[in-house]
Design a protein around this ligand. Structure first.
Ligand SMILES: Nc1ncnc2c1ncn2[C@@H]1O[C@H](COP(=O)(O)OP(=O)(O)OP(=O)(O)O)[C@@H](O)[C@H]1O
Length: 303
């Protein structure tokens, strides 16, 4: 028997007037995955998340959370999902603990859930602030409270939309430790982020979106394997013109900074010999391992 996917998205499109924000998305995320949704600004990540949360309706296609259709079974689907939104929106009348209990209650949890709420408060470093009114929290503390809010009803599927934008190092570490624990305990985690190193470290599978479409979908390991060997980044003296022989190895160029893709480290010597032969000088040189950013640039271009 196969397990119901945590998220199933079939042939989903979303138009805003003439703008086609999503152009036919198919994606299945299994229970227990730690999944990254990456893409440049405007790729359609937030639109997809808003569809999953039932905040928007698809123009066509179907989406489900743990087997529940987000439109026809809205209440069940929404209850199984916890979304940490990008913007700081909150109810200013409650203190942190009240807000979390209220939120859990809204999703049908009763007093039996209070121990979990306290655990969330503790794990996100909010213990000192539990009785502070939401509107009196600092920006960083509000961010923590919003993460807590998404987790208050202990949803099996957790969506984090840019959760670490503008968040300090301490909270990042606290938050990721807690989220990783939830993932180990079986929660499905879906993360959108512009910090590709974060996705590389945390996520086992990645979808890259561009202009409303998925342009790459694979395990993080497989995506990294697509970028061969090493990269050599050379800052050339201004106005240098590369010899044809090595121009073919250039993966990307940013002004006078050229990044070469090499099959192996020995090729560094070849590149340098060519440069010397053409009497070209460079001001800096770095040898780099391929990372998710390289895959990203390869798939969607520089943001
Ligand atoms: N309510 C709306 N009305 C009209 N257009 C919208 C609306 N919401 C999003 N869009 C447009 O849809 C496209 C996708 O936007 P979306 O916010 O989903 O991108 P994103 O990948 O989340 O970007 P970012 O990384 O900047 O958050 C953009 O062109 C955006 O301007």
């Amino acid at each position: 028997m196969t397990m119901t996917p945590a998220i199933k998205i079939e042939q989903v499109t979303k138009d805003f007037g003439a703008l086609k924000a999503l152009k036919g998305i198919d994606l299945s995320i299994e229970q227990g995955e730690f999944f990254a949704l990456l893409g440049p600004n405007g790729a359609g990540k937030s639109t997809l998340i808003n569809l999953l949360a039932g905040l928007l309706r698809p123009s066509s296609g179907k989406l489900s959370v743990m087997g529940h259709d987000v439109v026809s079974q809205y209440a069940q689907a929404r209850q199984l999902l916890g979304v940490v939104p990008q913007e700081l929106v909150f109810d200013p009348f409650f203190n942190v603990r009240e807000m979390l209990r209220f939120q859990a209650g809204y999703f049908g949890r009763g007093p039996e859930n209070d121990a979990w709420v306290d655990e969330v408060i503790e794990s996100l470093g909010l213990t000192d602030k539990a009785h502070v009114n939401m509107r009196r929290l600092s920006g960083g503390m509000k961010r923590r409270a919003l993460i807590a809010q998404a987790l208050a009803h202990k949803p099996p599927v957790i969506v984090l939309d840019e959760p670490t934008a503008g968040v300090d190092v301490e909270l990042r570490q606290t938050m990721w430790a807690f989220i990783q624990r939830l993932n180990r305990e079986g929660h499905t985690i879906i993360l959108t982020t512009h910090y590709l190193e974060e996705a590389e470290v945390l996520c086992s599978r990645v979808a890259m979106m561009k202009s409303g479409q998925i342009v790459a979908l694979d395990t993080t390991a497989n995506l990294l394997k697509q970028i061969p060997g090493k990269q050599l980044r050379v800052t050339m003296a201004p106005g240098s013109v590369l010899p044809v022989g090595i121009a073919a190895l250039v993966r990307h160029r940013d002004g006078d900074v050229y990044t070469f893709t090499l099959n192996d480290v020995a090729q560094v010597a070849d590149v340098l010999a060519e440069l010397r032969q053409s009497q070209l000088t460079f001001t800096d040189m770095q040898l780099l391992e391929a990372d998710l950013e390289d895959v990203f640039v390869d798939m969607v271009g520089r943001a």
